[in-house]
Ligand binder design. Structure first.
Ligand code: FES
Length: 114
């Protein structure tokens, strides 16, 4: 089982030694040709934090299988809880499902336009 899918017995992502407990996470989102920055809590998922910050981030199933919320991770690392939509090649290229992604680093940059 890969680290991306490691879960605790109650289904929450486990923090590992290489992902120390984070405080606020600074996020920059590129969407529809514009760039916005906001902060979020490390337990939040990127899509929900972006919507709370006022962004019209694309989404549909919210369950990890449609890829409507796909974005390219340009900086930082995330834990992707479920991925039933992206190919291994897309993941290797840096694409994530933002509805399933929680931050593992204090700085995250994602681009919905790529
Ligand atoms: S909204 Fe469907 S995979 Fe994220």
């Amino acid at each position: 089982m890969s680290d991306l899918h490691s879960l605790s017995p109650i289904g929450k992502p486990e923090r590992t030694a290489e992902s120390p407990k984070l405080q606020d996470v600074q996020v920059t989102v590129r969407l529809y040709g514009e760039q916005r920055s906001f902060s979020m809590q490390p337990h939040e998922r990127l899509l929900y934090a972006a919507i709370e910050a006022g962004l019209d981030a694309p989404h549909s199933c919210l369950s990890g299988y449609c890829a409507t919320c796909r974005a390219k991770l340009l900086e930082g690392r995330v834990h992707m809880e479920i991925n039933d939509a992206l190919t291994e090649e897309e993941v290797a290229q840096g694409y994530i499902l933002t509805c399933q992604s929680t931050p593992l680093t204090e700085r995250i940059i994602v681009d919905y336009d790529q």
